[in-house]
Design a protein around this ligand. Structure first.
Ligand code: F3S
Length: 404
């Protein structure tokens, strides 16, 4: 693999042993994936920041790195295992929280930005179309590649950290034009109105596309940012999709021909919609309601606040978001409304990356296809995938579906 003089210096240990190890990781990955050279990345979004995922091995790795190296490019941090300011009040275990805070200190020492969110694009890490970046977290990766038009592979914790410390990644995968073309064409034959509708489309298409690139055409109106956030998270859950195109909407898909050739369209209409929804058809008591997977935007929190104003919830209800978006929600009065109803605006974390749920929940209602997909396996919960208005309704009544 061709290396510049600067990259050779990194590999030779001129910048210390930590940078040498980081470059070694990247060179090894590059050789595995047939890269011919390294490319510079403009920024990094680092996953594996939850102590639940990193464990003591990850903590020691990051502490060692922080003792001797600094991030060379803007590096934001993914969702963590606690609400970093209210972990005690919200009942996060103390031992876990202290380990998590130790891990965050190490990242901070390296110069990483404490965003603690899977929506870094909502809080200041927004690359330009065509820029090479190194992002982790499936829902963020797919947003960067598809909606922004930046270029990233699926980075894990060690490779993202190596990219942060060197400013480099091997040139392979989605960094190359030839790997960004579509393979499956989906023709949308129905109107999609809500984020849930886009999540259902994504869940349907992800199961077919697997690791390949789906292309969508036929949308009856322009999707919103929240629509595309839901679509991507679902594609990356039922499948392992890291890039999609929507003809006439996403930046690389000005025309269908620009992103796909010779594909017979796969129809997505009411029948496919209902079939997909039937997988998440909880009816009965609702123990836990979650919105914000991926983390809520300010408009989603505004919707929840408007619907909860003057009401009381019966179910436990987490509205997950980043601290930066919560700051806006505080200023708008949304947080006060939501918490007065008995729900919680939980920052920095989410049920998947927090310590294992141990409250005896049996049922979950969410507007996230990703959470609906993982909840049964992670916690043996029966789930319903609903639009956000119905999630709020279920939290107020404590029931959902045809319950007799
Ligand atoms: Fe984000 Fe956690 Fe969902 S990291 S995408 S809220 S599983």
């Amino acid at each position: 693999m061709y290396l510049t003089d600067e990259e050779k210096r990194m590999l030779d240990g001129v910048y210390g042993d930590v940078v040498r190890k980081a470059m070694k990781i990247l060179v090894t990955l590059g050789e595995i994936y047939g890269a011919e050279r390294m490319i510079k990345v403009f920024n990094v979004h680092s996953p594996g920041v939850s102590y639940r995922v990193a464990g003591d091995a990850g903590l020691n790795f990051v502490k060692e790195a922080s003792s001797a190296a600094r991030c060379r490019v803007l590096t934001t941090l993914n969702t963590i295992g606690i609400d970093s300011e209210r972990w005690d009040e919200l009942g996060f275990p103390r031992d876990f929280a202290l380990k998590q805070l130790e891990l965050l200190d190490a990242y901070k020492t390296m110069g990483a930005v404490p965003t603690y969110t899977c929506t870094p694009y909502l809080v200041g890490n927004y690359p330009m179309a065509g820029e090479h970046v190194a992002w982790g977290e499936s829902s963020a990766i797919i947003f960067a590649n598809s909606v922004i038009g930046a270029r990233t592979n699926r980075e894990g914790g060690p490779s993202a950290l190596a990219a942060a410390l060197t400013g480099r990644v091997p040139e392979c995968g989605y960094h190359l034009d030839r790997n960004r073309k579509g393979k499956f064409l989906f023709r949308v034959d129905m109107e999609l109105a809500t984020d849930r509708d886009f999540a259902v489309l994504g869940y349907f298409a992800g199961r077919i596309a697997g690791k390949d690139v789906p292309v969508f055409e036929g949308l009856k109106r322009r999707p919103t940012l929240d629509n595309l956030k839901a679509l991507g998270a679902a594609l990356a859950s039922s499948g392992a999709v890291a890039l999609y195109h929507v003809v006439g909407v996403t930046p690389e898909a000005l025309t269908r021909e620009a992103v796909i050739s010779n594909a017979d369209p796969i129809a997505f209409g009411h029948r496919e919609y209902e079939d997909t929804c039937s997988k998440f058809s909880l009816a009965g008591d609702v123990d836990f309601v979650v919105t914000g997977c991926p983390h809520c935007s300010i408009s989603e929190i505004g919707t929840v606040a408007r619907l909860l104003a003057g009401k009381k919830v019966r179910s436990d209800f987490w509205v997950c978001t980043s601290r930066q978006i919560k700051t806006l929600a505080d200023k708008m009065g949304y947080t006060a409304i939501i918490e007065a109803a008995g729900a919680r605006v939980v920052c920095d974390t989410c049920p998947v990356l927090a310590p294992t749920l141990s409250k005896g929940y049996r049922t979950l209602v969410t507007n996230s296809a990703k959470l609906a997909h993982y909840a049964p396996g992670l916690w043996n919960l029966r789930t319903a995938l609903l639009q956000i208005e119905d999630c709020v309704e279920a939290s107020i009544t404590g029931r959902w579906g045809d319950v007799g």
